[in-house]
Design a protein around this ligand. Structure first.
Ligand SMILES: Nc1ncnc2c1ncn2[C@@H]1O[C@H](COP(=O)(O)OP(=O)(O)OP(=O)(O)O)[C@@H](O)[C@H]1O
Length: 297
């Protein structure tokens, strides 16, 4: 157990659901510890399916997955991997307290009677404090806000002390403060040698906190360091269009010379600005007295 290092090896994995739909096909990539990797893709691109395959929750028809250089089943038994699911995948009506949910992270260390030891209680307390939810310990999970629920599941992952952490859209529905707190926490976990795979639709923050990127649309479109992979070509291939105002690893993608996505329609003195099909807040109207007169000669 001492020499085990965080790693995910996915090799040529294909998942076909019972209705015949192939959700992911020939997916391959490798990640090592001390890394935060963004998993990016369109809705329905196969991100959750990939997470569930890595967690051993669904079967794949082809290929192989190894966690920390072990078969998935063994890695799960050794508590080497934890999973923060999408909110939609959780039954919030289930009558269980915040403390109990975080304690679930310790189940793998208990025998079948599931009686927590002093160490289990200590780890749960520490995990709740680390994400600042200790004051919510006795609350029912279903009573919490979206951001609080996310933090509860993060605390469960922390209590589990796993080497690999999968997070399925942790930033959906959370405020900026909570998002920043989660990003800070992930940075600390990376420093501690954990491997974090995080799916997100929040492209703007990817270069700020992720050092690796895997782009998936049924199969892997691109994978590698953020610097070499999170670029305009790959993003446009992945999302099938023109992207604007996304901060790339080394530069800003915005380019006013590119007329494909930005249309400025002059409406009297108040221009309307569109990014693709989306109208954004127009700039302040140009007041006549602000207008510069051409220099007189
Ligand atoms: N249980 C299922 N049975 C059949 N098809 C499924 C099942 N779950 C997902 N799918 C299909 O597999 C594809 C991939 O779904 P998945 O949930 O993995 O995508 P995703 O990338 O996580 O999407 P999102 O960004 O919307 O969460 C989709 O076309 C979806 O409709």
């Amino acid at each position: 157990m001492q020499n085990i290092t965080a790693a995910i090896h996915v090799e040529d994995v294909t998942v076909r659901y019972n209705n015949g739909h192939i959700a992911i096909q020939n997916v391959s990539f490798q990640l090592e510890g001390g890394t935060i990797c963004a998993l990016l893709g369109v809705n329905g691109g196969g991100k959750s399916t990939l997470f569930k395959s890595i967690m051993g929750l669904i079967r794949y028809q082809q290929g192989n997955i190894q966690l920390c250089h072990l078969p998935v089943e063994k890695a799960l038994k050794q508590n080497l991997i934890s999973y923060v699911p999408q909110s939609e995948d959780v039954d919030w009506q289930f009558p269980v307290s915040v403390y109990d949910v975080v304690m679930q992270g310790r189940y793998g260390y208990m025998n079948f009677l599931r009686i927590p030891t002093a160490l289990d209680k200590q780890k749960v307390q520490q995990a709740m404090e680390r994400v600042d939810i200790q004051h919510l310990a006795d609350r029912q999970i279903g009573e919490l806000s979206g951001g609080q629920k996310k933090r509860v599941f993060l605390a469960r992952a922390l209590a589990q002390q796993s080497k690999v952490i999968l997070l399925d859209e942790p930033f959906t529905g959370v405020d900026v403060k909570t998002e920043n707190a989660i990003v800070d926490l992930l940075g600390q976990l990376r420093q501690e040698g954990h491997l974090i795979l995080v799916s997100t639709h929040n492209l703007g923050s990817v270069p700020d906190f992720c050092d690796q990127v895997v782009m998936i649309n049924r199969t892997v479109i691109a994978a590698g360091s953020t610097e070499s992979t999170f670029n305009q070509h790959n993003l446009e291939t992945l999302f099938g269009g023109v992207l604007r105002h996304v901060k790339l690893a080394n530069q800003d993608l915005h380019d006013d010379e590119d007329e494909r996505a930005v249309t400025v329609l002059t409406d009297d003195e108040r221009p309307a600005v569109f990014y693709g099909q989306t109208k954004i807040d127009p700039p302040a109207p140009i007041r006549k007295k602000d207008k510069q007169e051409p220099p007189s000669c």
